[in-house]
Design a protein around this ligand. Structure first.
Ligand SMILES: *Cc1c(COP(=O)(O)O)cnc(C)c1O
Length: 414
């Protein structure tokens, strides 16, 4: 048996048993998993964790499953890179990249949430899994679901990047491209979830799915040498990842794995879809839905389910919210690649560009330790860079043709 006790309404506190449900019957507040922390404290120590396999299940007592992990046994434990070149560029002392562009089967942090969601779907006895996706979730449910032998229904906005569509279709799910934006897709999926007995990972399985994001936070602390950073910058779509990184940090404190916790949590969005950072900047508790218009499609949720809770975490920790233009996103993707050799998708460009602004405006102190969350691989959104990179040097297949070019390159100082 696991250590998950039940579900609890985030609004009214009413408690529910562990079931595939996600809203409170009384106040319609979202449900969240609760745990037996006293029990966990007895079994989960730094030493136990360190002895375990390097995947996201090394923290399994803090994940909402009852039996053994069944999906995602090679997901997680991604690198934490000390980014000295980038730190110099930004003018900060200590900067780390939590690099979820690699070491996951589908190359984004969504493999964390899906590993937990599908393990839970199996425990609940579902044979069909489904999701509403802005792209990365589609890949992840398609892939992990294939390996685990689930029937899969994947719903996406039909305007998704062509490369993201192919990268889902290769796993042969039932891919449904909806004529509408993500918020339209999500609304439709809620209706479908009411009618069909499927495990919609980000609807009726959401309270379990979302817990998987905590492992991104657990790993940051472990890889910093069992220490929380001063600041962490998190890209926001629904806002769930941000709230769960913070929940993970607090849980490590609760069970005594870390002592102090003074991390400031920062929210990063694209200006073309910035309901969360806008509310933070305005000091408002109200998230005003927007119609997304940005190249950062994986973050393009105009009506973010966890937006309110994300603003609360940011405010409570002394962080802030920032947003950046499409051009700034592209520049940041290139800067990250050229300084640290990491090719991030548009969401990574958002995180880095926002971090830069937060440093420039003094919201992030230059002499502190900052971790930036880079959540998806750039090979998935190459379209975003079309026309924004330099061209290859075209030559004839002979030495003199090459040396002509070499002379030019040398003059250019590269
Ligand atoms: C889904 C996603 C996020 C964040 O999603 P939340 O809904 O805020 O949890 C961040 N980066 C990438 C690349 C994503 O696909």
């Amino acid at each position: 048996m696991g250590y998950v006790k039940g579900l609890k309404c985030r609004e009214c506190g009413r408690e529910y048993p562990v079931e595939p449900i996600y809203v409170c019957e009384f106040c319609f507040g979202p449900l969240e998993a609760t745990y037996d922390y006293k029990g966990i404290k007895k079994v989960l120590t730094r030493k136990t964790i360190e002895k375990r396999e390097k995947n996201l299940w090394r923290y399994k007592e803090l994940l909402p499953i009852d039996g053994e992990p069944q999906v995602g046994l090679s997901s997680g434990y991604t690198p934490l890179l000390k980014a000295d070149n980038l730190a110099k560029e930004l003018g900060v002392k200590e900067l780390y990249i939590k690099d979820d562009t690699v070491a996951h089967p589908t190359l984004s942090f969504k493999d964390r949430v899906v590993s937990v969601a599908l393990t839970k779907a199996r425990e609940f006895g579902f044979d069909t899994v489904a999701c509403a996706s802005t792209g990365n979730l589609a890949h992840s449910v398609s892939a992990h679901g294939a390996r685990a032998g689930f029937r899969r229904f994947i719903f996406i906005p039909s305007t998704l990047e062509a490369s993201k569509i192919v990268a889902s279709l290769v796993y042969e799910p039932n891919l449904i491209a909806v004529d509408g934006n993500y918020d339209d897709v999500n609304r439709l999926c809620s209706e479908i979830a009411n009618k069909y007995k499927w495990a919609f990972v980000n609807i009726n399985i959401r309270p379990f799915y979302a817990e998987g994001s905590k492992t991104h936070g657990f790993e940051i602390i472990e890889q910093l040498g069992w220490k929380a950073p001063d600041s962490v910058v998190v890209p926001c779509a629904s806002g769930s990842l941000l709230t769960k990184i913070w929940k993970g940090f607090k849980e490590f404190k609760e069970i005594g794995i870390i002592k102090g916790l003074e991390t400031k949590v920062f929210a990063a969005q694209a200006t073309g879809c910035s309901p969360i950072s806008t509310a933070i900047k305005q000091g408002s508790d109200v998230i005003r839905p927007v119609k997304p218009n940005t190249i950062a499609k994986s973050l393009a949720i105009g009506n973010p389910a966890d937006g309110f809770y994300a603003t609360q975490v940011v405010r409570a920790t002394g962080g802030y919210g920032e947003d950046v233009s499409d051009q700034e996103i592209i520049d940041a993707i290139k800067l990250l690649a050229k300084t640290e050799g990491v090719f991030a998708e548009t969401a990574g460009g958002v995180t880095l560009a926002c971090t830069w602004k937060l440093v420039e405006t003094g919201k992030i102190a230059r002499d502190e330790t900052t971790v930036i969350c880079i959540t998806g691989n750039g090979l998935k959104t190459q379209e975003a860079l079309n026309g924004h990179t330099s061209s290859p040097h075209y030559i004839k297949p002979n030495l003199s043709s090459f040396e002509e070019v070499l002379e030019k390159i040398d003059k250019g100082g590269k």
